[in-house]
Design a protein around this ligand. Structure first.
Ligand SMILES: [Zn+2]
Length: 283
């Protein structure tokens, strides 16, 4: 295993809160690069893991989706400063994992209001995470700032039990959090401890796909089209059907492991983190 791979897996372990690794961080700050999405809208991307922060700049402040690990927060603020003097007004956490909400204490100190689902906030409390969100939504919420709008939706369980997506209707862009990942190093990963579900995941994505957007910013990976998100939804359905059918046919755990590795991109870490949970849920 290369050290990059090991670091990457450690980081993912931290994000899904496995045992003693919960919310710990062992890595140095990620190297960030900013990609333009639309007028006044950008993704701050890092190669490491690789995660995405989405920002929309308005004339009354900045709206941000996900703020990575605590160690990255100052660098994210510096990236935003390169683009605008506007303050960061809202930070939306798509879910409770440390690589999506870890920057909250820094952003809140700067005056930002953090927003998540009710459930994600409960998960943050359970994980003793700092920087709890200030506003929560149950099913749907809207933020209006500087003539811009962001629509927040909770569509059900997927990666965790508290995932929300953020729709920028004018820009026709959806920030999906970890309900969608398209990097080969981050396959579909159900955080069972965090209430995730392989059965519900495709249903949740089907609801996401009813929204009006052209491009999706995944939690991990590169900006994609709506059609690519639909393809990922199909693959989450395929995984769940395949494992269920194998278990019904009395296939062994080793056989299931072989399939999730060869067909769904699982590596050692993903097998260790979620194979037992998949077998339990999909039997
Ligand atoms: Zn996550």
């Amino acid at each position: 295993m290369t050290s990059t791979t090991r670091n990457r897996l450690l980081a993912i372990a931290a994000t899904i809160g496995l045992g003693a690794l919960a919310y710990t961080q062992t890595q140095a700050p990620a190297k960030l690069s900013t990609v333009k999405l639309a007028d006044n809208m950008y993704v701050i991307h890092n190669d490491f893991v690789p995660g995405n922060t989405t920002i929309l700049i308005t004339n009354e402040g900045v709206i941000m989706v996900d703020d990575k690990y605590p160690v990255d927060a100052d660098n994210i603020v510096a990236e935003v400063k390169k683009l605008t003097n506007q303050p960061i007004k809202y930070v939306i956490n798509t879910h409770h994992h440390g690589d999506h909400s870890g920057g909250n204490p820094t952003m809140q100190k700067l005056g930002a209001i953090a927003v998540s689902s009710d459930q994600a906030r409960k998960n943050m409390i359970a994980g003793k995470q700092p920087g709890l969100t200030n506003i929560t939504i149950e099913r749907e919420g809207h933020i209006y700032l500087g003539g811009e709008q962001v629509d927040l939706y909770y569509f059900g369980r997927a990666h965790t039990n508290g995932d929300i997506v953020a729709l920028f209707p004018k820009q026709r862009i959806l920030a999906t959090g970890d309900t969608y990942a398209n990097d080969p190093g981050t396959p579909e990963l159900v955080d069972f401890d965090g209430g995730g579900s392989a059965i519900e995941w495709p249903k949740t994505l089907t609801k996401e796909l009813t929204l009006n957007f052209d491009r999706a910013v995944p939690g991990h990976g590169t900006v994609a089209s709506k059609a690519e998100l639909a393809k990922f939804r199909d693959s989450t359905q395929r995984l769940s059907t395949k494992v269920h059918d194998m278990l019904k046919a009395k296939r062994t755990k080793a056989e299931v492991e072989k399939v999730v590795r060869s067909e769904f991109g699982f590596q050692d870490f993903h097998v260790q983190a979620s194979l037992d949970g998949l077998m339990k849920e999909l039997k």
